[in-house]
Design a protein around this ligand. Structure first.
Ligand SMILES: [Zn+2]
Length: 466
C-alpha cells in the first residue's frame, strides 16, 4: 500500500485548516466548465441529458484517479491481477448473471405530461412535476440493447455491459490457469459501463454511461467474512489517503431487505455530497453466486483446486465496486475551498498531489524575450518527468489563481534574478510558502515534494507570496 498517507503535507491532514465541504453543486459545475475539467456533452447541439465530456484538465484528473486505484489494488499487491474485457459480451452472460430478469426498476409514466419516474423514488400518488395521474408501475430493464451484425433482421440482440464484473467471472478459469497464483486471488478491471437509468442527475454523480473500477477478490468459503471486513477498511482508507476528510465519509451496512439478489452481505461507503449522503462505493460479499451461475449456464466447470490441501471448491467472492466519475466528483468537492488573502478572494482545489491534473506550472514573471529562453529550458527539463504546464500570458497573480483553481501543487517562477543566479522560486499551493532553489536541483527537489516530502520553507530563504 501507498505509504504517502503518513507524510505531513497530505491534504487530508490539513483538513482542519480548511472550510467544511459546504460547497453547492453549481459552484463545482461552474469551476469545471471554466477551467476545462468537465463540459456538457454535445454542447453546441444543446447537450445530451446526463452526458458529460472531460476536458483537458478533467481527463488528467480522471486518469489520476484510475491510476491511484490501479496502483493500490494491482501494482502494490501480489494477490491481484488486472484484466480488460470486452464491453459487448455473449447474451448468455446476462441471463446467467440475472441481469435480464432482475436488473430492473419499476417505471411509472404521468398520463398528462408523460414524464417518466422511478416508482420507488417518488413520494405520494401523483406526478411530482404536475400532479397528474400515474400509470401502473411496469418493470423496466436498465440494460442498453443494441444489435450485432450487418443485416438487421438477422442480427442478434446484445447488451452494453451494466458492470465490468461479469467479464471477470467468465475469465476466472483463464486467469487461474495462466497466472500461476493461489487463492485468495483478486482480478481487477476498470472500464465503461452503461445503465439506462430512469432518473439521472447531480452532475457526474449519476449518468447512463460511466466508468467502473471493480475488484473481484476470490477466497475460500468460510474466510469470506474476514475478507469483506478487510476490503471495507482498505477501500475506506484509500479515499482518506487521497485527501477526503473522514468526517465526510461513512460506512453503511445494507439491511437484509435491500441486499441485491446475489449478495450475502454488503457495505456502502457514502460521501457527504451537496445533495446529501450518497453512495461512493459498494463492497459486497457475492458468495459463490456468479461462478455457480456461469458454470450452470455455460456447461463449463468453474472451481478451484487447492493442491496443498488436495480439495476442490467454488470460491466466494468479495467485490469492492467503485465509480470513477463519482470518485472524481467527491475528490473535487472535498478539495474545493475559498479563502481570503489580503482582501482578495482565492478559490482553490486542495487536490492530493497524486490526483492534481498538473503537477508543476512553469511561469516566467512576464513574457519577456530575456526570460523566455530560460523559462522554456526549465519547462523542457521538467516535462518528461512531471505533467507540467507552461503559461506566460496575463499577470503573474492571475496565473497563480488559475493554477490554484485546478489544484496545481507547485508553481515555478522564473524572474530576472534567475538569469544571474540560475535559481528559481517554487511556490506551494496550500501554504503559499516559497523557496528559492538552484535550477540544477529543481528536478530532484520537485520529485521529493511530489512524493510527499514536507514543504519546509525555512525563514531564511522563504517569503510569503506578495
Ligand atoms: Zn406530469
Amino acid at each position: 500500500m501507498n505509504k504517502a498517507g503518513k507524510l505531513s503535507s497530505d491534504a487530508s491532514e490539513k483538513g482542519d485548516l480548511r472550510m467544511p465541504a459546504k460547497v453547492d453543486m453549481d459552484k463545482i459545475v461552474s469551476l469545471c466548465k471554466r477551467r476545462g475539467l468537465v463540459f456538457p456533452s454535445s454542447e453546441i447541439y444543446g447537450g445530451l441529458a446526463s452526458c458529460w465530456d472531460y476536458g483537458p484538465m478533467g481527463v488528467e484528473l480522471k486518469r489520476n484517479v484510475r491510476d491511484a486505484w490501479w496502483k493500490a489494488i494491482v501494482h502494490e499487491r501480489d494477490d491481484v491481477v488486472g484484466l480488460d474485457t470486452s464491453i459487448m459480451m455473449h447474451p448468455g452472460v446476462w441471463a446467467a448473471s440475472g441481469h435480464i430478469d432482475s436488473f430492473t426498476d419499476p417505471l411509472v409514466e404521468c398520463k398528462s405530461c408523460h414524464l417518466r419516474w422511478r416508482a420507488d423514488a417518488i413520494e405520494g400518488k401523483g406526478c411530482p412535476k404536475c400532479g397528474g395521474e400515474l400509470t401502473e408501475p411496469r418493470m423496466f430493464n436498465l440494460m442498453f440493447k443494441t444489435s450485432m451484425g450487418p443485416v438487421e433482421e438477422e442480427a442478434s440482440t446484445i447488451y452494453l455491459r451494466p458492470e465490468t464484473a461479469q467479464g471477470i467471472f467468465v475469465n476466472f478459469d483463464n486467469v487461474i490457469t495462466t497466472s500461476r497464483k493461489k487463492l485468495p486471488l483478486g482480478i481487477a478491471q476498470i472500464g465503461k459501463s452503461f445503465r439506462n437509468e430512469i432518473t439521472t442527475g447531480n452532475f457526474i454523480f449519476r449518468t447512463r454511461e460511466f466508468e467502473h473500477m471493480e475488484l473481484e477478490y476470490f477466497v475460500k468459503p468460510g474466510t469470506d467474512e474476514k475478507w469483506l471486513d478487510y476490503w471495507v477498511k482498505e477501500r475506506f482508507d484509500w479515499y482518506v489517503k487521497l485527501g477526503i476528510r473522514k468526517e465526510n465519509l461513512r460506512l453503511r451496512q445494507h439491511g437484509k431487505d435491500e441486499l441485491a439478489h446475489y449478495a450475502r452481505d454488503c457495505y456502502d461507503i457514502d460521501y457527504l455530497f451537496p445533495m446529501g449522503w450518497s453512495e461512493l462505493e459498494g463492497i459486497a460479499n457475492r458468495g459463490d453466486f456468479d461462478l455457480i451461475q456461469h458454470a450452470k449456464h455455460s456447461g463449463k466447470e468453474l472451481g478451484y483446486y487447492d493442491a496443498e490441501a488436495d480439495e476442490k471448491y467454488v470460491p466466494y467472492v468479495i467485490e469492492p465496486s467503485a465509480g470513477v466519475d463519482r470518485s472524481v466528483l467527491a475528490f473535487l468537492i472535498d478539495a474545493y475551498d475559498e479563502e481570503e488573502i489580503e482582501g482578495e478572494k482565492r478559490t482553490l482545489l486542495h487536490l492530493h498531489r497524486d490526483l492534481a491534473p498538473i503537477k508543476v506550472a512553469v511561469l516566467p514573471l512576464s513574457r519577456n524575450e530575456k526570460l523566455t529562453p530560460l523559462a522554456k529550458e526549465v519547462f523542457n527539463k521538467l516535462c518528461p518527468n512531471f505533467v507540467t504546464d507552461y503559461d506566460d500570458s496575463q499577470s503573474i497573480g492571475r496565473r497563480y489563481r488559475r493554477q490554484d483553481e485546478i489544484g496545481t501543487p507547485f508553481c515555478v517562477t522564473i524572474d530576472f534574478e534567475s538569469l544571474e543566479d540560475k535559481q528559481v522560486t517554487i511556490r506551494e499551493r496550500d501554504s503559499l510558502a516559497q523557496i528559492r532553489v538552484p535550477i540544477e536541483e529543481l528536478d530532484k527537489i520537485l520529485e521529493a515534494k511530489l512524493k510527499g516530502e514536507a514543504f519546509d520553507a525555512s525563514p531564511l530563504w522563504a517569503t510569503r507570496e506578495k
